[in-house]
Design a protein around this ligand. Structure first.
Ligand SMILES: Nc1ncnc2c1ncn2[C@@H]1O[C@H](COP(=O)(O)OP(=O)(O)OP(=O)(O)O)[C@@H](O)[C@H]1O
Length: 341
């Protein structure tokens, strides 16, 4: 393992539309729920933020959307298309949400307004940002609905949310998110509530319809990551523990936590015998994280050295970074490579 700057997170910052560096969200001394998030994303690129519940994914997403709960203090930097997002006030955020950043939540049923037609909700985003005249807004709302795969879009635009299925409502959420042509779409577990077939359709659609925006896709599910992501950032207990291209992270995971997350994904080609492995133990709650590697209590490879926190460092030669003293799939630990004279 070479001790360098996190290459993957930084090397392509020049053409990134989103550049997040050392982002921290804290609820008080020793209570850093997000503890140094660094990532970049280009237009048309989907970066998946992965980890179990409590790892800090949602707070990261809320920070980038200006929706943090009160009591949370943010530091670090998050620049979107030249605009610093950290430190903005709510009044400034109102002008940015929809046009610069938009969010897609897990539960479209509660995120949508039950009293307005879905067409009117799409038009409202355009009206708030003063884009397009009235007739044009109506026409574009129907076009957007059609583009996210809503059949008979002109008719459906006049429906209220309760008249649509869960999958159709989530498509409407995507249409609303895209109505203001944002630079960044933050999608927090957007397909978790859908059944598997609809989930796959919505993921494909999200991918195809966000070619001009960067997408930060939050999920706990490595199966979904394989479907949607270009790059992956794995978080554990508020920290980035691994980041790299989707191929590298899925095929040659370096951090034992990433290995464990991948082991808990069902393999569609192998008949399931017994239960899927789960990771024993739990994410340490805030205030109980101490120093050292946060994963060491659950890690099969933990040794004495892990009492000292490992830095995020380059692993392999594909730009991946991992925070582990004993990473998998590296020159030192790969038995196949060791066997080569
Ligand atoms: N308002 C709050 N006050 C205090 N602690 C909070 C608050 N919101 C979240 N936390 C804590 O911050 C940590 C990260 O929470 P976060 O919701 O970002 O995790 P997550 O990875 O998104 O999990 P989930 O998938 O369950 O949403 C957790 O330990 C959580 O208990």
């Amino acid at each position: 393992m070479t001790m360098t700057q996190p290459a993957d997170a930084r090397s392509d910052a020049a053409d990134a539309v989103l550049d997040v560096r050392d982002l921290r969200v804290s609820f008080g001394p020793g209570l850093d729920a997000v503890d140094g998030l660094t990532l970049t994303a280009r237009r048309g690129e989907t970066v998946a933020l992965v980890g179990e519940s409590g790892c800090g994914k949602t707070l990261s997403a809320l920070t980038l959307s200006g929706l943090l709960p009160s009591g949370a203090a943010v530091s670090g930097s998050a620049v979107l298309d030249g605009l610093q997002l950290v430190g903005r006030r709510e009044k400034q955020w109102r002008g940015l949400r929809g046009s610069k950043v938009s969010m897609i939540f897990q539960d479209a049923a509660t995120a949508l307004n039950p009293l307005m037609t879905v067409g009117a909700q799409i038009e409202e985003v355009m009206a708030i940002h003063g884009t397009h005249g009235r007739a044009e807004r109506r026409e574009r709302a129907v076009q957007l609905l059609a583009s996210v795969g809503v059949p008979d879009a002109a008719h459906r635009a006049r429906n209220h949310p309760h008249q649509l299925s869960g999958g159709m409502r989530q498509r409407v959420m995507i249409a609303i998110a895209l109505a203001g042509s944002p630079d960044l779409v933050v999608a927090d577990e957007p397909t978790t509530a859908l059944d598997v077939t609809v989930q796959a359709q919505v993921l494909t659609l999200l991918r195809d319809s966000t070619r001009d925006a960067a997408v930060l896709f939050i999920t706990h599910d490595m199966g979904v990551v394989a479907e949607i992501a270009d790059r992956v950032v794995v978080m554990y207990a508020g920290k980035v523990v691994e980041s790299g291209t989707v191929t590298e992270v899925l095929e040659r995971p370096h951090h034992p936590y990433t290995v464990a997350l991948l082991a808990s994904v069902p393999d569609p080609d192998t008949p399931r015998v017994g239960e899927l492995p789960t990771i024993p133990g739990r994410v340490p709650p805030l205030g109980e994280r101490g120093t050292g590697c946060p994963f060491r209590d659950r890690c099969p490879k933990a040794q004495e050295r892990c009492a000292e926190a490992p830095p995020l460092a380059a692993v392999g030669d594909t730009g991946s970074v991992a925070a582990c003293w004993f990473p998998e799939h590296t020159a030192q630990t790969d038995p196949a490579e060791e066997a080569t004279p």
